[in-house]
Every structure is written in C-alpha cells, then in structure tokens.
Design a protein around this ligand. Structure first.
Ligand SMILES: [Zn+2]
Length: 77
C-alpha cells in the first residue's frame, strides 16, 4: 500500500527498533513499509528472513552488553 506521498517525496523513515549499534529497523510514517540495515549498511526491505537475522543479532548484542556490564562490575571490585 504505497501512498501517493511516498511516490512523490519518498518514504519518511523513522527508527522503529534499534537492533545493534549499526543495525536499525525503520518504518515509513506515511505508509508503514518496513526496512532494515543490511550487512553492507544499506537499506533493504524488512523481509521475514531479515527479521530472523535481526533477532539473532539483537540477542548477541544484548549478551555483549551484559558481558560488558559484568566486566565493569568486576573491575570496580
Ligand atoms: Zn512510505
């Protein structure tokens, strides 16, 4: 459901989800089309395949953040 606005002005993306420092998911505020950043840093449609990749990336990213936090706690002791 591409809106006329989007075909004239292009999509108006906002970040709908931060996956990692480099990968975000985007949503067009006008027509709700979903995009994501791929491995090359380019925008690509958020297909079920990319959703899967992103959820894996997100889990790894969360774990890394936790590890960093543990590292800090150990360092402070
Ligand atoms: Zn759009």
């Amino acid at each position: 459901m591409k809106s006329i606005y989007c075909s004239v002005f292009g999509h108006q993306y906002v970040v709908s989800k931060k996956v990692t420092y480099h990968v975000n998911e985007y949503k067009c505020t006008k027509c709700n089309v979903q995009m994501t950043t791929n491995g090359k840093g380019e925008l690509t449609p958020l297909t079920p395949k990319f959703k899967e990749i992103n959820s894996v990336l997100e889990r790894i990213h969360q774990r890394r953040k936790t590890k960093k936090l543990e590292g800090l706690l150990i360092f402070e002791h």
